[in-house]
Each structure stands twice: as C-alpha cells, then as structure tokens.
Design a protein around this ligand. Structure first.
Ligand code: ADP
Ligand code: MG
Length: 213
C-alpha cells in the first residue's frame, strides 16, 4: 500500500478542511489546533497529515515533502506553482486579496499622478506583478504580519492583504481600493507523485472534487 501525506496549515485552513476530510472518509487522530503534533495519523493507515505554515504548503508539495496539500490561492500565486498540479478548487477559506489604504488617502490621485507608492505586504511577488501590469511604480516593503499597521504608522502608503468581512480594515481606519484576486483554497498535488502513485492519489483527488462540489 502506497503511503500518502497531505500538507495543510492549522487555523482557518484546517478548520474549513475538516468537514471535507470527513466527507472523504478521513478522520484525523488529533486536532492540529490543540495538539502539538506536526505529523497526524488518521483512520486510514496509509494516510497522514503534515502540519505546516500556510505559506510553506506549496513548498512541501513541490519538493515531495508531501504528496498532496491544501493551500489558499494567495499562497499559490505568490509561490508560482512550479511542480504542482492544482486539480480541485475546494471553495473554502474564501476571501479577496486587495489593495487597501488609509481612509482619506487619495489612491486614484496618487496613481494617476504617477507618484511612487510604498506598498507593504507579505505577497511581494503578486504585488510586484499587479502594479507592474498597471504601470505603477512601487517600493515594496516585505512584512510577515499585521500589515494594517503599515499605513497607520507611515511605513507605507498602501498594503496588499486578504480581506473577508472587511472588519479588520474598518477597525483600523483602512479601506479596500482595488481587488487583486478572489481567493479560495485548492487541493494541490506533487506532479512526480501523481505519476508514481497515481493508483493511490487519483481516487483521493476524485473524492475531494466530489466532496467540494
Ligand atoms: P497565516 O496567518 O499563517 O497566513 P491564516 O490562517 O490567517 O494563516 O491564513 C491561512 C490561509 O487562509 C490564507 O493563506 C488564505 O488562503 C486563507 N485566509 C486568510 N485570511 C482569510 C480570511 N479573512 N477569510 C478567509 N480565508 C482567509
Ligand atoms: Mg492570518
């Protein structure tokens, strides 16, 4: 029996994946939100979950540290997707990647005047491509979290971050001024593993597609 591993992150991705796992017949032996185990066995002896940082999921699957993974489109676009198949949009963890500024900041004016914008984000590749396509000059500032602080402290004019309800932006006096991408989580597959273990992986991919529909 080929052994299969699925990389995913705790928090939102695990919470929203749990019902899909149940529908696919996978019952984890621990909850990553409460356990410190990073390798979690399941009711299926051939299948285990690998708990990683959300932004590391594509890297694990690309290099074969896991056969399958569950990752947001935000991290997949930022990673670039090399070595990965993305066969199923799971329709979970939905949000939007947006450009946001302080309420009152004249974003359209700054862009039309050709001003250099200072943009803080953890999605530096996606952000660079977005503004290059618009012909807007940006200075990118790489942050790892709490992006909302950047415009409030004068570190940046704008941020690129994820929003769902918009509550965090609102509570920090920021507004979304442009959408970059609609985001949901996808099932990803190591391309080499799909060739060598297709018999084991394809039924699982089909089951996730069925469970997500
Ligand atoms: P981290 O803070 O380590 O990036 P999160 O749990 O906040 O982990 O985010 C993991 C993934 O969940 C993101 O990559 C994105 O795809 C999705 N996500 C993030 N924020 C939201 C949100 N507000 N609503 C829905 N999905 C989100
Ligand atoms: Mg987060």
């Amino acid at each position: 029996m080929a052994s299969i591993s699925i990389a995913l992150s705790k928090g939102r991705i695990f919470d929203e994946t749990a019902p899909l796992l149940a529908r696919v017949g996978i019952r984890p032996k621990a909850n990553p939100d409460s356990s410190r185990k990073l390798v979690i066995a399941t009711n299926r002896r051939d299948l285990r979950l690998i708990v990683v940082r959300a932004s590391d999921t594509p890297t694990y699957v690309q290099h074969g540290g896991a056969d399958l993974g569950i990752a947001g489109r935000d991290v997949l676009v930022e990673h670039g997707g090399d070595g990965l198949y993305q066969p199923v949009d799971l329709g979970i963890a939905r949000c939007r990647m947006v450009v946001a500024v302080r309420k009152g900041f004249d974003y359209a004016g700054a862009v039309s005047q050709g001003a250099r914008l200072r943009v803080a984000t953890k999605y530096v590749n996606t952000t660079r491509e977005h503004f290059a396509a618009k012909g807007v000059h940006v200075d990118l500032i790489r942050l790892y979290g709490s992006m909302e602080l950047a415009p409030l402290t004068g570190l940046a004019d704008a941020i690129v971050d994820l929003v769902a309800s918009g509550r965090t932006l609102r509570e920090n006096g920021l507004v979304a001024v442009e959408e970059i991408l609609p985001v949901s989580a996808r099932l990803i597959v190591n391309q080499a593993a799909l060739k060598t273990k297709r018999g084991a992986l394809q039924p699982l991919i089909d089951a996730f597609a069925e469970a997500a529909a």
